[in-house]
Design a protein around this ligand. Structure first.
Ligand SMILES: Cc1cc2nc3c(=O)[nH]c(=O)nc-3n(C[C@H](O)[C@H](O)[C@H](O)COP(=O)(O)O)c2cc1C
Length: 208
């Protein structure tokens, strides 16, 4: 067993986080720049927090190249809203392109060949190529440092859900139709095409 303390370099801790916490779903966050143009970026430090109210969270790290907040964070702190789109088999290559570090104000939708769609209650655009889109209002931000690589947790309340009916059956999203893509260590990505079922058991069933 390798054992190490976490007070060393950012890269060492990061390598073990992304190598052990996987597969990670990918939030593709759309925000509005100060001039009204669109910004898009993927975040795999991402999870659901609460069902009612419906709250999600994702975690942008301070950009290691500049020591500044990423554009997504700057926009959310100013506009107080964003759209959460999902990375799937029909958009993952372009989502990867959208993760490119562009100067503030350059639109990753057009850079990656993705399509913005007007949202209904927030100003940030939805991603047409995502079969599920959540219109979110910013709730909280917890910051865990100011150094490059330090993370923060951003939560948003999902106010409006859009789901492509083509991926639904009996009112539920079908995993095999959503075709979600996840992230692993290094350059590893995951498909979700190896699904199996297992029922949750009661204590009595287990003891029988
Ligand atoms: C699949 C994928 C997942 C990513 N996850 C994260 C993440 O969880 N946190 C983070 O800070 N950056 C993450 N990144 C890097 C950001 O997408 C990248 O820094 C991007 O340029 C940020 O864009 P922005 O400045 O427009 O916000 C990820 C990149 C990819 C390709």
């Amino acid at each position: 067993m390798k054992t190490f303390k976490t007070d060393g370099a950012f890269a060492e801790n990061y390598k073990f986080l992304i190598g052990s916490i996987l597969p990670r779903p990918i939030a593709v966050i759309s925000t509005r720049n100060i001039d009204g143009s669109n910004n898009l970026a993927p975040f795999s430090f991402f999870t659901a927090i609460s069902a009612q109210p419906m709250i999600i969270a994702f975690c942008p790290l301070i950009r290691t190249s500049t020591g500044e907040f990423k554009d997504t964070v700057k926009n959310i702190l100013r506009e107080k809203e964003f759209v959460l789109n999902f990375c799937t088999e029909n958009n993952y290559q372009k989502v990867n392109v959208a993760s490119t570090e562009l100067p503030y104000g350059e639109d990753e939708f057009s850079f990656a060949g993705l399509t913005p769609v007007k949202s209904e209650i927030v100003k940030a655009a939805r991603l047409k190529e995502s079969p599920v889109q959540f219109e979110c209002v910013f709730r909280d931000m917890l910051c865990y440092g100011t150094k490059p690589g330090s993370g923060s947790l951003i939560t948003g309340e999902v106010k409006l859900v859009h789901v492509d009916e083509a991926i639904m059956k009996d009112g539920k999203i079908q995993t095999d139709l959503l075709k979600a893509i996840g992230r692993g260590a290094g350059n590893d990505w995951f498909k979700t095409d190896s699904v199996f079922q297992m029922e949750r058991l009661t204590k009595a069933q287990i003891q029988n």
